[in-house]
Write a protein that binds this ligand. Structure first.
Ligand code: FA5
Length: 342
């Protein structure tokens, strides 16, 4: 039989112990304090745990069960409250850390100017776009070249007088005079013809080197873009048409081009190619011509079956023209006031 005289005080003691544990959990100020409170509440002699030992003193089995259940649910409520409060402290610690460690990147974004490509790089990329649009592929070759690719295979044997027009910088490497800094992009023609079977429609941009004294239109290091077409039935008309299509696509509809007879050992016939500006003035851009049969033979292409044309012009001079830069040297002084304009 239930003994209310011992059950009632025990019920009150359980409710009091639960209420005081919950209040302590609610009012604790930080995580370390909560952890030590949690340790206290789990001790054997904590008010709730101490009451568990009191259970044995009850006489009725029913009372033991009822009080046991009450004690159990009080323990569950206390440990749930501990978990919730721990979660709250951890969350607010994370939020505080986010605020504490946040970096203000807005200054970086608003106060730093983004850089941009140099005008010669811009011109090269535009040239590539225009020629890709005309169906050409891009090829590249090394800046350090052999005498064979730079001269000999281009129909300029050792004694050829045209070699003196290229003031060449040789490297002290291998046989004297056999390795050099390429003086033009034409040796890439040889590399392309030796590695791709025709038909070939390729452009080859790159840096070239000559012992030229810097002046308003010359630099010792400058850039060229080479073009090469090898196919069956290619004529001079294809060359002129390509140059004209390129001129209009790159400079604009009101520009036009003309070819003047000239001489290059690697093309026959050869021409100098000029463009006419809006003000009517003609500007020389580069050289071109039909690929010389000797050049085809040195690259193992049969001149009876294939013919082709090639052209090569100075990218720096084109950029100078397009942006109306007075002196080509200005493009390489790295003066930000100049660079930022383009
Ligand atoms: C050549 O270099 C030939 N390889 C071009 C060629 C290719 C002809 C294929 C036929 C077939 P040239 O030496 O003229 O040619 O140079 C070509 C262009 O490079 C010149 O018209 C000029 O625009 C540019 N150039 C030459 N020297 C300099 C320099 N020192 N500084 C800046 N640009 C230069």
């Amino acid at each position: 039989m239930s003994d209310q005289s011992s059950v009632n005080p025990m019920r009150q003691a359980i409710e009091k112990a639960q209420a005081s544990a919950l209040l302590a959990i609610k009012t604790v100020s930080d995580l370390p304090a909560l952890r030590s409170l949690s340790a206290d509440l789990n001790k054997k002699d904590s008010p709730l745990n101490a009451l568990k030992t009191e259970l044995g003193k009850l006489n009725s089995v029913d009372d033991k069960r009822t009080m046991g259940q009450l004690l159990n649910s009080a323990s569950i409520a206390v440990s749930a409250a501990l978990d919730i409060r721990t979660g709250e402290f951890e969350q607010s610690e994370i939020s505080a850390r986010i605020v504490r460690e946040a970096m203000d990147l807005s200054e970086l974004v608003t106060n730093r100017r983004r850089g941009h490509s140099h005008i010669v790089t811009q011109a090269t990329m535009r040239l590539e776009d225009v020629f890709i649009g005309l169906g050409f592929q891009i090829a590249e070759g090394p800046e350090v070249e052999t005498d064979f690719n730079n001269f000999e295979a281009l129909n300029m044997p050792k004694s050829h007088p045209a070699r003196s027009e290229f003031d060449t910088m040789f490297l002290e490497y291998g046989e004297p005079g056999s390795v050099l800094l390429r003086t033009h992009t034409s040796p890439v023609q040889i590399r392309v013809m030796q590695s791709w079977p025709p038909p070939i429609y390729a452009i080859m941009p790159g840096r070239v080197f000559r012992r030229d004294t810097p002046d308003a239109t010359h630099m010792p290091v400058f850039h060229q873009i080479e073009g090469l077409v090898i196919d069956r039935g290619i004529t001079f008309a294809h060359l002129a048409g390509t140059i004209e299509a390129f001129t209009k696509a790159f400079f604009g509809r009101d520009f036009t081009s003309r070819l003047r007879p000239s001489y290059f050992p690697f093309t026959e016939p050869s021409a100098e190619f000029d463009i006419r500006r809006q003000d009517g003035e003609w500007i020389e851009l580069g050289g071109c011509g039909m690929v010389h049969p000797n050049v085809l033979v040195s690259s193992s292409i049969d001149p009876e079956e294939f013919s082709g044309f090639a052209f090569g012009f100075g990218i720096d001079r084109m950029a100078k023209e397009r942006h109306k830069v007075e002196d080509i040297r200005e493009m390489y002084t790295n003066d930000l006031r100049f660079v930022k304009q383009f």
